[in-house]
Design a protein around this ligand. Structure first.
Ligand code: IFM
Length: 446
């Protein structure tokens, strides 16, 4: 069980609390994560760009615009800054709409720009984890129905084949898709992200199509690379409001299953179960189709049985929480990170990277302690024998947070979008201590 530590422990000026038995292996990856559309800027080729142009879609009325300038040259500066802050790895994503702006037409200039970014990461000693598709789809794919359209497996594996063949030299870890569960629920069951289908049927169809595309992409990539290829899942912790109350247990169990469990199990044995598929069936090519699992973990939802709730069978009653009027990342709960790592380790037996973990904290008052406690939670999973190989904080810099726009700041580094100036926050210094001490600075998590 991870116990909270006093605030002072998160002070980078304090004496490091070293432990002689650090659970973190010598080659553990310490990095931060970003995603193409959230930082690059200057791209009108994807479904998100089109969505942002529609009034009322983005809570603060902003658009991704110039991002934080990654496409026009700032990526190199930020990667150098990450390395100077003690990080030894970076996770970022590629923009399908740039690489394949029209069906079957690939843009060598986009590939060149990504080569430059990968070379910069290499130059600064950063191991690279590269996601082939982080939510955004080319507008020509959106016109064909996005993840509901036919032939998505073929289209995705063609894009994967081209991209892996071109960029593999600079990549250490490949990821096919980011958070298919979050995308399916937010964009297909819900209305906050494109295409905003508002249909449970669409949600599960999109999820099935993404799993099939992942399996196709995984096997295609494996033919072209010797690097590990994985899938990233976002897995919050769901717990009953009244842990012993049977109704809360059922509601919470169902939400955990529908969000987390059915994907973990599908990845294990290829079986698509209810509610992902009304009549269960098996996709043999999906069984075990990953060399590692990426876990994105943000927080905990406490579920109270309520048939009128917006979420199935129960509403979320956890306090306190990091949320806006329209998005809830759950209650900060490092124990949940340990639990999900243990669960994935037990169910899938694959190496795991924490590919995202962070919080929106515009004043940077909670983030230092959040970091320390979650790194200790990773240490706890390692002590329990889970094969965790890296931790990537979300995010390196402030960035375009989808339907929230620019008003929710997740960055270790603050960005002045007018001047382009970067200002590492206090949490960036705290994280630097953690990275440089290979986690020992956080102290013993036992
Ligand atoms: O910004 C997102 C990211 O794109 C996917 N995972 C969650 C982050 C915070 O909401």
């Amino acid at each position: 069980m991870v116990q909270p530590q006093p605030e002072s422990q998160a002070d980078p000026q304090a004496d490091p609390r070293r432990t002689s038995e650090s659970p973190f292996p010598e080659d553990f990856l310490w990095g931060a994560a970003t995603a193409s559309h959230q930082v690059e800027g200057g791209n009108d080729g994807n479904d998100w760009w089109a969505w942002e142009q529609q009034p009322g879609r983005i809570r603060d009325g902003s658009v991704s615009g110039d991002g934080v300038g990654w496409w026009s040259g700032k990526a190199e500066e930020d990667l150098a800054l990450a390395a100077s802050l003690g990080q030894n790895a970076h996770r970022f994503s590629l923009e399908w709409s740039r690489i394949e702006p029209e069906p079957g037409v690939f843009d060598p200039k986009a590939i060149d720009r990504y080569r430059e970014m990968l070379a910069a990461a290499r130059e600064h000693g950063l191991t690279t984890c590269v996601t082939l598709n982080h939510f955004t789809l080319p507008r020509w794919v959106a016109k064909r129905g996005s993840w509901l359209g036919s032939g998505m497996g073929d289209l995705f594996s063609r894009y994967v084949a081209h991209t892996v063949a071109e960029l593999d030299d600079g990549v250490d870890l490949w990821v096919t898709l980011n958070e298919p569960n979050v995308l399916a629920y937010t964009a297909y069951a819900g209305h906050l992200w494109p295409p905003g289908a508002r249909s449970l049927r669409a949600c599960f169809k999109a999820m099935r199509q993404m799993l099939k595309a992942h399996a196709r992409g995984y096997h295609r990539a494996r033919e072209l690379t010797s690097k590990p290829v994985g899938l990233v899942l976002n897995m919050p912790l769901f717990e009953g409001h009244r842990p012993d109350h049977p109704h809360d247990r059922i509601a919470c169990g169902f939400q955990d299953w529908a969000f987390n469990g059915l994907l973990v199990e599908a990845l294990r044995d290829g079986r698509l179960r209810f509610p992902l598929q009304l009549i269960p069936r098996t996709l043999p090519e999906l069984a075990g189709a990953c060399d590692f699992v990426g876990l994105n973990y943000y927080g905990r939802f406490e579920v109270q049985f309520d048939l009128r709730a917006e979420t199935p069978l129960g509403r979320h009653v956890q306090q306190p929480t990091t949320r806006t009027e329209q998005t809830d990342w759950g209650q900060t709960c490092p124990r949940g990170l340990t639990e999900q790592l243990v669960r994935i380790g037990e169910r899938l037996g694959k190496p795991i990277y924490v590919t995202e973990n962070g919080l929106f904290d515009n004043s940077d008052t909670q983030r230092p302690e959040f970091l320390v406690r979650h790194v200790r939670a990773v240490g706890e999973a390692l002590r329990r024998g889970v094969d965790v190989r890296g931790y990537f904080h979300w995010s390196l810099t402030d960035n375009f947070e989808w339907a929230e726009g620019w008003s929710t700041h997740f960055g270790l580094i603050e960005v002045d979008r007018k001047s382009g100036e970067r200002r590492p926050r206090h949490s960036a210094e705290v994280y630097a201590r953690i990275c440089r001490s290979n986690g020992a600075w956080c102290g013993d998590s036992a």
